[in-house]
Write a protein that binds this ligand. Structure first.
Ligand code: NDP
Length: 404
C-alpha cells in the first residue's frame, strides 16, 4: 500500500518550530519536550550501537508488496534484526531475493516444506506478511516449530483465528507481536505523550479517516476485496488504523459502537465487503471517536484530536513517511519537529529486543484480538443498520506505548 503524501513529496520532515516564549511553544507544550524526544532517540541508537550481540534471525513469509517494498529493505536499517530466511510460493522470486540479501539458499522455504524451519537455527522470529486469512495458519505452524512470531495487521481474518493464535503462543511459550507500526512511530508516540499530560485539556473527540482507492485487477487488492480472505475489506485493511489509533490516542477502550455502511453493490469491487463505513466509539471518559474508512476514496491516513483547550491534527498521521503533526493550543499553532525513522526497522528491532528479554511486548496477540473483536462489532452494528453494539468486554492493554 505505497501511499504518497503531499508532505512526503514536498519534504521529509516538518521544519517549523515556534520559539516565541522562551521554552514554551504553545500552552503546556514545550520545545524542551520536542528536543527531548530527538535527543532520546539519538541516545538510544548510540547505546544500541555499542552493544555487540548476536543478531536475531528473521524469516519473512510471503514476498508480496509490503515484504518487497518495505520489510526486506528495512533490514538494512536494523541494529539487531537480521534477515536469514524466506518463505514463498515462487522459488524464482525467492531465490533472487535471497541472493540479493545474502540469505543462504538452504534457508529458502515454500508453503509445503514450511515446517522444516524447526530445524533451521538461523531463524528466531517468523514475520508473517501473508494475506490476512493465512496469518493464523502460518503463525501457529511457526510457533509449533519453536519460533517467535511477528504478524502483520490485522492479526487474522476472524476472531476465532486470533484466539487460536494466542492459545498457540501460550501453549508453545513463544512471543507473538502484532505489527502495529504506529504504536512505535515517533509522531504518534509524541501525540500520545502530549495527550497523557492533558496538553490539550481533557480529550473530547478523535476523528480518523483511513482509506484509498482499490483495484480488483491488482492481485494484492483482490484478496482485500474478498470478505473470506481479508476479514473486512477497507475496514480490516485501513479502518483498523482508526480503531487502533482511537484506542492508543485516548488510552482507553470503547464501551459501545454504532456503525453504518454505504456500499454500491453494483460495483464489482464490493460484492462481499462493504465500501464506506462510518462508526462512532463511545469511551468511558466521555470522549467519542468518529471514524471513516473506504476503498473508493482518495488515499488518506489522517487523524485529529480535539481537547477542551487545544487540538491536534496528523495529516498524514500513519503513512510510512512524511507524517505531519500540527498542535494548536491557546497561544497558537505549532508543528513539532519529529525524527523520521524506518518504521519497519523499528518494529523488527523491537521484536528482536523482546526475544532477547530487553523490551516489553506492547502489541501482543491480545492487542490484535481487541481490534478483531471491534471489527466484528462494527460489522454487527452495520448489519443492524446502526444499532449500538456493546464492546465493554474488559480488555485492558498491558503496556501504554507512550509510557515505554
Ligand atoms: P500482497 O498480496 O502484495 O502479498 C502477499 C503475498 O503472500 C503474496 O505476494 C504471496 O507471496 C503470498 N501468498 C501466499 N498465498 C497467497 C494467496 N493465496 N493469495 C495471495 N497471496 C499469497 O499483500 P501485502 O504485502 O500488501 O500485505 C500482506 C500483509 O501485510 C497483509 O496482512 C496486510 O494487511 C499487511 N500490510 C501491512 C501494512 C502496514 O503498514 N503495516 C501495509 C501493507 C500491508 P509469494 O509469492 O512469495 O508466495
Amino acid at each position: 500500500m505505497p501511499l504518497q503524501s503531499r508532505a512526503a513529496r514536498a519534504s521529509l520532515l516538518p521544519t517549523r518550530c515556534h520559539d516565541r516564549d522562551g521554552d514554551t511553544v504553545i500552552d503546556n507544550i514545550s520545545r524542551r519536550e520536542v528536543l527531548g524526544a530527538v535527543i532520546g532517540a539519538a541516545a538510544a541508537s548510540a547505546v544500541s550501537a555499542q552493544a555487540h550481540v548476536k543478531p536475531v534471525g528473521f524469516a519473512v513469509v510471503g514476498l508480496g508488496k509490503l515484504a518487497l517494498g518495505q520489510i526486506i529493505p528495512g533490514f538494512r536499517n536494523c541494529r539487531s534484526a537480521h534477515l536469514t530466511a524466506l518463505v514463498s510460493g515462487h522459488p524464482d522470486k525467492a531465490n533472487r531475493i535471497a541472493a540479493e540479501h545474502n540469505v543462504s539458499a538452504g534457508s529458502v522455504y515454500n508453503y509445503a516444506n514450511f515446517d522444516r524451519i524447526a530445524a533451521d537455527p538461523t531463524i528466531d522470529v517468523v514475520y508473517i506478511v501473508l494475506p490476512n486469512f493465512m496469518h493464523a495458519e502460518y503463525a501457529i505452524r511457526a510457533m509449533n516449530a519453536g519460533k517467535h512470531v511477528l504478524c502483520e495487521k490485522p492479526m487474522a481474518s476472524t476472531v476465532a483465528d486470533a484466539e487460536a493464535m494466542i492459545a498457540a503462543a501460550k501453549s508453545t511459550n513463544r512471543k507473538l507481536m502484532i505489527a502495529y507500526r504506529c504504536q512505535y512511530e515517533p509522531l504518534n508516540l509524541h501525540a500520545m505523550r502530549l495527550l497523557r499530560r492533558n496538553a490539550l485539556g481533557r480529550p473530547r473527540l478523535v476523528v480518523t479517516n483511513m482509506g484509498r482507492q482499490s483495484d480488483l485487477s491488482d492481485p494484492s487488492d483482490a484478496w482485500r476485496l474478498d470478505m473470506q480472505k481479508s476479514g473486512g475489506g477497507a475496514l480490516a485493511d485501513m479502518g483498523i488504523y482508526g480503531i487502533n489509533g482511537s484506542r492508543y490516542l485516548l488510552n482507553e477502550e470503547p464501551l459501545e459502537v454504532r456503525a453504518r455502511a454505504r456500499t454500491n453493490r453494483a460495483d464489482p469491487r464490493f460484492q462481499t465487503v462493504e465500501d464506506l463505513i462510518t462508526w462512532e466509539f463511545k469511551f468511558p471518559s466521555g470522549a467519542v471517536s468518529i471514524n471513516c474508512t473506504s476503498f473508493d476514496q482518495a488515499g488518506t491516513m489522517a487523524w485529529e484530536v480535539y481537547g477542551e483547550v487545544g487540538k491536534m491534527t496528523a495529516d498524514p498521521g500513519c503513512f510510512y513517511n512524511g507524517n505531519r503533526l500540527t498542535v494548536t493550543g491557546v497561544r497558537g499553532e505549532d508543528e513539532p519537529k519529529i525524527v523520521e525513522i524506518d518504521q519497519f526497522a523499528r518494529e523488527m528491532d523491537w521484536m528482536a529486543d523482546i526475544v532477547r528479554g530487553r523490551a516489553p511486548l506492547i502489541s501482543p496477540g491480545e492487542e490484535g484480538l481487541q481490534d478483531m473483536r471491534l471489527i466484528h462489532a462494527i460489522l454487527e452494528s452495520v448489519a443492524k443498520d446502526g444499532a449500538p453494539v456493546r464492546t465493554d468486554w474488559d480488555y485492558r492493554r498491558a503496556h501504554d506505548p507512550a509510557a515505554v
